[in-house]
Ligand binder design. Structure first.
Ligand SMILES: [Zn+2]
Length: 436
């Protein structure tokens, strides 16, 4: 009986080894993710503290360079295998999702070395990652580094210390695969659909002629593995990044220098927070790496990657008010009918998010993440002039009311029925037409 149980346990554990699914990775992340700070709130000082914590797990972490403002840039290393994997995040300072996802991945791998599949991975791969390549940009929550140079356009000129460091780390080690980890605009859509591209992939070619090679074909299969894993959670929300060759960009040049790159661009998903996106990244990385170890990558279908719709932009807004009667009371009392679209800016989670009027007129061909039917309302911009670029603060008056639009202090004299201010209803709300 005891023997039978042992056999059963053994078979069960072997099955577990070969069958780490996307669901298992998600459950693992939910149970034991290491990073607790939302990515956009993570400062360089926080990163340093978190790396100190990871060092206590005996992870190999070293300072490999300094930013323009002399901030430390670190590299984490895990595994002893022959296949070299190189990952870097936050080359753009305001694109933070992958940074905590990398920390979570290393903490998870290190804490679970007793698991057979992790043991196998440790023997097969050596993974190096630079979390937060652009700490100065991260501190200011801006794309560029402190020289105001876009590091991802510095692959030839190498005028940024961060760009020089990235090239040096690649050249000295010649990894087999590079993972270039970014965030894309939250309103990026999958093809012509109004669906947000929550994650987009690109197997980078690295040449202007569009010539493929073994590394590129392998990376397409790895992308297919990640797509299949993520479809469990965000089906229809996965896009393919535009693959126009750019000789100034690191993704292209690192591929050209001999390390074929996979670009992962994290977008957003309405009503899901940043931690959800971190989890998706964690699942994607582990699925990709595991497929290299158990060789399942070799039988993955690259057509899954090829079939991804290309990213699109400009079709989706954060908020659309439909058929409003707009009154520019600073100029005239005459209303006109229009749809009005408002977008939110990219900010840290703990900062207030400014919104701006982005489109006015017939917006019937566009979608909003949140749409409101304003046909029974006058819509006035707080300052009396609805213009592209004006702040997204709007007052709503029921059209049944008699309003003297020339009143000196309109908001006080005629209190609005509803107020929409920087993405929120601060007073009442009008009917929600659709919510995606
Ligand atoms: Zn970027």
């Amino acid at each position: 009986m005891k023997f039978a149980l042992l056999i059963f346990a053994l078979i069960f554990s072997i099955n577990k080894t070969s069958a780490q699914t996307a669901g298992d990775f998600t459950a693992a992340w939910e149970k034991q993710h290491f990073s607790k700070i939302l990515p956009s709130n993570l400062r360089h000082a926080d990163l340093k503290k978190q790396l100190d914590e990871l060092k206590k797990l005996e992870l190999k972490i070293e300072e490999v360079g300094r930013s323009y403002a002399n901030r430390e840039i670190y590299q984490i290393e895990w595994g002893t295998g022959a296949t070299r994997i190189f990952m870097w995040s936050q080359m753009h300072g305001d694109e933070p999702t992958a940074t905590p996802a990398l920390l979570d991945m290393f903490a998870y791998l290190q804490n679970n070395r007793a698991q057979p599949w992790v043991k196998e991975m440790e023997k097969a791969l050596t993974i190096r990652a630079v979390p937060m390549l652009n700490p100065d940009g991260a501190e200011l929550f801006q794309r560029r580094n402190l020289q105001s140079i876009d590091i991802n356009r510095d692959a030839q000129a190498l005028e940024t210390p961060e760009g020089r460091l990235l090239k040096k780390l690649r050249d000295e080690w010649s990894p087999a695969i590079g993972f270039n980890l970014h965030n894309q605009a939250s309103l990026t859509t999958v093809g012509k659909t109004p669906k947000q591209a929550t994650i987009s992939f690109l197997a980078v070619l690295g040449n202007a002629e569009g010539k493929t090679n073994d590394g590129h074909e392998r990376n397409k299969r790895i992308c297919a593995v990640m797509v299949s894993a993520l479809e469990n959670f965000i089906k229809g929300h996965i896009g393919r990044y535009d693959d126009a060759y750019n000789p100034r960009a690191f993704g292209d040049m690192i591929s050209a220098w001999g390390t074929p790159v996979i670009l992962i661009e994290t977008g957003a998903l309405h009503n899901k927070d940043e931690q959800f996106l971190v989890k998706l990244n964690f699942v994607a990385y582990l699925s990709a790496l595991k497929s290299l170890v158990d060789k399942s990558e070799q039988s993955a279908n690259p057509k899954i990657y090829d079939a991804l719709p290309f990213n699109n932009s400009g079709n989706l807004f954060n908020f659309i008010f439909r058929n409003a009667s707009v009154v520019n009371f600073a100029e005239t009392s005459e209303p006109f009918t229009a749809d009005v679209a408002i977008n939110a800016e990219r900010r840290r989670a703990n900062e207030s998010v400014p919104t701006y009027i982005r489109e006015i007129g017939d917006l019937s061909v566009f979608s909003g993440l949140e749409e409101f039917d304003a046909k029974d309302f006058y819509l006035v911009q707080k300052n009396g002039l609805l213009r592209i670029g004006a702040s997204g603060e709007c007052l709503f008056y029921k059209k049944t009311r008699k309003i003297d639009w020339t009143a000196a202090d309109l908001e006080k004299t005629f209190p609005p029925d509803a107020i929409f201010s920087n993405g929120k209803w601060t007073k009442d709300t009008i009917e929600v037409k659709s919510k995606k």
